[in-house]
Design a protein. Sequence first.
Length: 232
Amino acid sequence: MKCLLGNKSKCIVILSGGMDSATTLAYAVRKHGSENTIALTFDYGQRHLKEMQAAATLCAHYKVKQIVFRVFLEAIGGSALTDKAIQVPAFKTDEDAWKQTHVALTYVPFRNTIFCAIAVAYSEALGCKYIYTGFNYIDSGGYPDTRPEYLDALNRLIKLGSRDKPTVIAPLITMTKKEIVQFGETLGVPWRLTWSCYQGKERPCGKCNACIQRRKGFEQANVVDPLEPRNR
């Protein structure tokens, strides 16, 4: 891996292929350059594998190296994204679940902590100082591992428990989806290459939380989403 990537790498971007992580990748490339950016994509048993295809396409677009890491979160289950026994809820159903638990059914148990731990390991092995992630709390469905206080605690843990003490940066964490679209527009994010829908079928379902939040962001920003069925 060191031979492939060399010693010039400065940052790792955790890239899912969705609009948030794509915007984060664009930001990191703008800041560090494509030659100094590594994308880390996780195959974690998610039912919407199409987002991994989107991640690979984004890496080709930005000319960044990509690492795909397999972690078997489907063996744990407990999420509509990894457990086939749990149906991906429509937006309204997910909102009803959120009212009961304050966390959407699409929350994957401890996922972001697991992903960030692996990213820290890679950053130490490859000499990367920064880890970028698309955490976004405002429209996240109450996920506990996307909050600003979680990010602060995570960085304190990394300083205590790692050798090189890389920093996790989440530039979108307090943005609304509207603000993310607007920010992405300034960065020239190729929205057509991204994927948000939790169903992972040929076209976005338009009903899950990810689809609804994405649509809201584009509509409020007055930007046409190339993936919207009515825009095809």
